[in-house]
Design a protein around this ligand. Structure first.
Ligand SMILES: O=P(O)(O)OC[C@H]1O[C@H](O[C@H]2O[C@H](CO)[C@@H](O)[C@H](O)[C@H]2O)[C@H](O)[C@@H](O)[C@@H]1O
Length: 279
């Protein structure tokens, strides 16, 4: 765990002091779950459930904010069981899925979300042609209900395929009233509108946050980082934590703390819980 500046160290200490009023927002893939080749095989880090529960006892809210469908993250994170433990402690676990379009809570266990965007079906009709044109017909396609993700990770030249596909998918997405959301060897096509920054602002408001910490690893977390930075400008104690990887470094210059992948994230969260309990 590395503080990026002396100010960042002070921000950590200030946040630990107001932990009881602090909301902790956590990305899933690359942050709570190690990156794997097959998105269906991703699972929460083995220490995840225990650390989330320990942290929940010290803070106002623990919230997972992900690009995945909420129901899928509940399954991959064993969050039904984690949610039961939260409830036993009188806490609520929330999951905002598909960049804030869906919400799941351990209180009612329902996913609330919108209907698929209008342009999605027509975009999907065009997708095979684009993949053929970019010599990427073997890309893994993840249909997410509200969006579709084109994964290049398992293609022979993942980076080149990503670079070739990105502009092509962006043009087609725009034609169908959608937008692209690039990530770690993935290009997602989804409706414009909600993003993780909106989730941060909503949580800060709804939970009356007296502090905010967000942990992420990828481009889709940038909106959340910017929203937390705005809260900081308004005077709220905040902390931005990057789950670092060789694949994506965009969050590093914005971060107060840089940790090494999900293993480092869990160690950081356990330390925050311990320091909060001590203060
Ligand atoms: O917001 P997140 O929770 O980080 O979700 C972002 C995307 O994560 C998933 O893809 C990433 O993880 C896969 C499994 O480790 C990996 O194979 C892939 O290369 C990564 O980009 C997920 O499949 C996407 O739907 C999410 O949008």
């Amino acid at each position: 765990m590395r503080f990026t500046s002396p100010d960042a160290m002070q921000r950590y200490a200030a946040l630990a002091r107001v932990a009881a009023q602090t909301v902790v927002g956590l990305d899933f893939d690359g942050t709570l779950a190690p990156i794997v080749e097959d998105p269906e095989k991703a699972r929460i880090h083995p220490r995840g459930p225990g650390v989330l529960l320990t942290l929940a006892a010290q803070v106002r809210g623990v919230v997972i904010v992900t690009g995945r469908p909420a129901r899928q993250v509940v399954a991959l994170g064993s969050l039904d069981d984690v949610g039961t433990s939260f409830s036993d402690q009188g806490r609520e676990l929330q999951v905002f899925g598909q960049y804030g379009n869906e919400r799941w809570s351990s209180r009612d266990r329902r996913v609330i979300g919108p209907r698929p965007p209008q342009g999605l079906a027509s975009f999907l009709g065009e997708l095979p042609r684009i993949l053929r044109r970019c010599d990427a017909s073997d890309a893994f396609i993840e249909e997410k209900g509200l969006a579709v993700a084109v994964h290049t990770r398992r293609l022979p030249n993942a980076d080149a395929a990503f670079q070739l596909l990105l502009p092509e998918l962006a043009i087609s997405a725009q034609r169908h009233g959608m937008k692209v959301e690039p990530g770690r060897h993935v290009i997602e096509v989804r409706a414009p509108g909600a993003d993780k920054g909106d989730v941060v602002r909503k949580l800060a408001r709804d939970l009356g946050a007296g502090g905010f910490c967000f942990v992420g690893d990828d481009l889709g977390d940038l909106d959340a980082f910017h929203a937390v930075a705005e809260l900081r400008e308004e005077g709220l104690p905040t902390l931005l934590v990057c789950s670092a990887s060789d694949e994506e470094s965009a969050l590093v210059p914005l971060s107060d703390v840089v940790v090494s992948g999900p293993d480092g994230v869990l160690t950081f969260l356990a330390k925050l819980a311990a320091d909060a309990a001590a203060s």
